[in-house]
Write a protein that binds this ligand. Structure first.
Ligand SMILES: Nc1c(N[C@@H]2O[C@H](COP(=O)(O)O)[C@@H](O)[C@H]2O)[nH]c(=O)[nH]c1=O
Length: 160
């Protein structure tokens, strides 16, 4: 059975980018994955001054609202890099917090779907035809973590 998630307060809310898990990316702490993701839109752009403002946003909702401000121009390569930016941030989140890492691993091979009614890129949209890239990233991170654990198990076995 597929697992649908979206709001932080709902089941599997820790899979949302708005969940209250800070991440360290190259020595900078970001309050949530959403803060980091929205700020990366402006790296190297004419609107780089917005980055510290997004970084300091009190909530992920505020960070998202700032990053979605259509009067600001995003970096020219954003469409090419945004999926990789998200992947790096989501991977870091699940490598940092063992409790939510366990929740992710416990989903086994289930399909994970961001049940956003409006987002057809990161989520499935209101008619479930969306591309679900956030769900795909979570499933990929789940596999990466399993492989890291297998390498650890093998090394321990060889050592003993
Ligand atoms: N979880 C969640 C949302 N979904 C998130 O919005 C982000 C996409 O932003 P953008 O590329 O600017 O459209 C991405 O992190 C996606 O997972 N949006 C919301 O308004 N509320 C929410 O609770």
């Amino acid at each position: 059975m597929a697992i649908y998630f979206y709001k932080v307060c709902e089941p599997y809310g820790c899979f949302s980018n708005f969940s209250p898990h800070s991440i360290d990316i190259q020595g900078t702490y970001w309050s949530t994955v959403e803060h980091y993701y929205q700020a990366q839109k402006f790296v190297g752009s004419a609107n780089e001054a917005i980055i510290p403002i997004i970084h300091a946003a009190a909530t992920p909702e505020q960070a998202a609202a700032l990053g979605r401000d259509r009067t600001l121009q995003v970096r020219s390569d954003w469409e090419q890099v945004k999926t990789q930016v998200m992947h790096v941030a989501v991977r870091q989140k699940f490598l940092t917090y063992p409790d939510i890492q366990s929740i992710l691993i416990a989903t086994g091979d289930e399909l994970l779907v961001e049940n956003s009614p409006t987002d057809y890129y990161w989520g499935c949209g209101c008619d479930r035809t969306g591309q679900n890239y956030l769900g795909k990233i979570l499933m990929s991170v789940r596999q990466e973590i399993r492989e890291i654990a297998q390498i650890g198990d093998r090394a321990l076995h060889d050592y003993q």
